[in-house]
Design a protein around this ligand. Structure first.
Ligand code: SF4
Ligand code: SF4
Length: 355
C-alpha cells in the first residue's frame, strides 16, 4: 500500500457488480496520456477529448450520456479500459492524506457496512470482492505520488488548514468532525424544505450531466427539475431516453424512518462526515464566510442535514416511482435514497484532488 493511504472507509463492505447494470459507463471517463495508444489501437475513431491538465476524456454519446465504448451494457475495450473505470466503485481523494472511499451509488456495493459509521468507525473485514479494483487504485495512487500530484495536493490542504486555524485562533485543536460523532437524531429532517435539493442540476442540462441511479424497473435512471416537480428519465445505452417519463411532486415532509432505516441514514451521514471532501467543503465555506459567528462544527452539521434531506427526498421520490409502500421509510427505501445521492455528492467540487 502507498505510504499514508487510508483504506478505513472500505471496512465492512461487500461488492459484486450487478449484471446488466452498466450505470458507471454513463460517463466520460478520464484517460491518462499513457493509456491513449491502446484505446486508439482498438478503435481509431475513439473520441478522446483533451482536458487541458494532461488528461483526456472519452466523450460520451451526446444523447443519453453512455460512453462511446459501451455496447449493450458491456465495455468494448474492457481489457484496455482506463484505470478510472477499472478502479470503480473505488475512488481516492488526496488532501492531508490519501483516502480511499466507495462510490455508494453503485448498486453492487452492499450498504450494511454503513451502519457502524454512525459512531465514526467502520467495522468488519476490509472490502470483500474488490481485489482487482484495489490493485488498480493502489497503482494509480503510486503514479500520482511519483508525479508529485499528491505532494502538491497535501501542500494546498496544509495552507487551507493554516488559514482556518488563523481564523479560529485555535491552532492544532484536533479534527472538528470528532464532536459530531455519534451522529445525532437532530440531523434527521422532518420538514424537507432545504433549498439544496437538485442544487446544480439545471432543467436544460444535457443528459450526460444529470444525476444517475440504477433501478431494477427503470434501469439507468436520471432526474431533473421541471414545472410541477421532478422529471424521471430512463436512459438507453444506445443514447436517448425511453418514451416512459414520470413527473412527481417534490415531497416536503418526511413520514419518519423505522429504527433500522434511521440507523442506515445515520451510518451514511457518519460515512459522509468521515470523507475528507466534507471537511474541505466546510473549510472553504468557513473561509468564505470570514468565519463570522458560524463555528466549523455548525457548518459541518448543516452539510449533514442537507445531505439527510436529499436522501429522504430521493427515498420518497423513488418509492413513489416504484409505486411500492407508504408510511415510515424502511432500510430499503433509505438505501435507494443514498444511492441516488452519493454520486452527486462525489461529483461536487473539492478542496483536495480526486484520483
Ligand atoms: S455501477 Fe456498479 S454494479 Fe453497475 S455496472 Fe458499474 S460497477 Fe457494476
Ligand atoms: S471505457 Fe468501458 S468501462 Fe469505461 S466507461 Fe467506457 S464502456 Fe465503461
Amino acid at each position: 500500500m502507498p505510504d499514508g493511504a487510508d483504506f478505513a472507509l472500505l471496512q465492512g463492505f461487500r461488492y459484486e457488480c450487478l449484471p446488466g447494470c452498466g450505470m458507471c459507463c454513463f460517463t466520460s471517463p478520464a484517460v491518462r496520456v499513457s493509456e491513449q495508444p491502446r484505446l486508439l489501437q482498438l478503435d481509431p475513431s475513439a473520441p478522446l477529448v483533451e482536458r487541458g491538465d494532461g488528461w483526456s476524456v472519452i466523450a460520451s454519446r451526446p444523447n443519453g450520456g453512455a460512453c462511446h465504448f459501451l455496447e449493450a451494457t458491456r465495455c468494448r475495450c474492457h481489457r484496455v479500459r482506463p484505470a478510472t473505470c477499472a478502479e470503480f466503485p473505488l475512488t481516492a481523494h488526496a488532501a492531508g492524506r490519501v483516502q480511499v472511499s466507495l462510490v455508494l451509488g453503485c448498486p453492487g456495493v452492499s450498504l450494511e457496512g454503513l451502519d457502524p459509521w454512525a459512531d465514526g468507525v467502520g467495522s468488519g473485514p476490509s472490502a470483500h470482492g474488490l481485489a482487482s479494483e484495489l490493485a488498480t487504485i493502489t497503482h494509480e495512487i503510486e503514479l500520482a505520488s511519483t508525479s508529485g500530484e499528491i505532494a502538491r495536493a497535501a501542500q494546498r490542504w496544509s495552507l487551507l488548514e493554516r488559514r482556518v486555524q488563523r481564523r479560529t485562533g485555535r491552532a492544532g485543536d484536533g479534527d472538528p468532525r470528532a464532536t459530531l460523532y455519534p451522529i445525532s437524531d437532530a440531523v434527521v429532517p422532518t420538514k424537507l424544505s432545504s433549498p439544496e435539493f437538485l442544487e446544480g442540476v439545471e432543467p436544460e442540462e444535457a443528459l450526460e450531466k444529470l444525476p444517475l441511479a440504477y433501478d431494477t424497473t427503470w434501469g439507468r435512471l436520471s432526474w431533473r427539475p421541471v414545472a410541477g416537480g421532478v422529471e424521471f428519465l430512463a436512459l438507453e445505452e444506445t443514447g436517448g431516453v425511453r418514451p416512459r417519463r414520470e413527473v412527481l411532486p417534490v415531497p416536503t415532509r418526511s413520514p419518519g424512518l423505522d429504527t433500522d432505516a434511521l440507523r442506515r441514514l445515520k451510518g451514511y451521514l457518519g460515512y459522509v462526515l468521515a470523507r475528507d471532501e466534507t471537511l474541505g467543503t466546510a473549510y472553504s465555506a468557513y473561509l468564505e464566510s470570514d468565519g463570522r459567528g458560524v463555528p466549523l462544527s455548525e457548518l459541518l452539521f448543516a452539510q449533514l442535514h442537507a445531505t439527510a434531506v436529499q436522501v429522504v427526498r430521493m427515498a420518497l421520490l423513488r418509492r413513489s416511482l416504484a409505486g411500492d409502500g407508504h408510511g415510515v421509510l424502511r432500510p430499503g427505501d433509505v438505501d435507494r435514497g443514498i444511492r441516488a445521492t452519493d454520486m452527486q455528492l462525489l461529483d461536487a467540487p473539492t478542496a483536495g484532488l480526486r484520483l
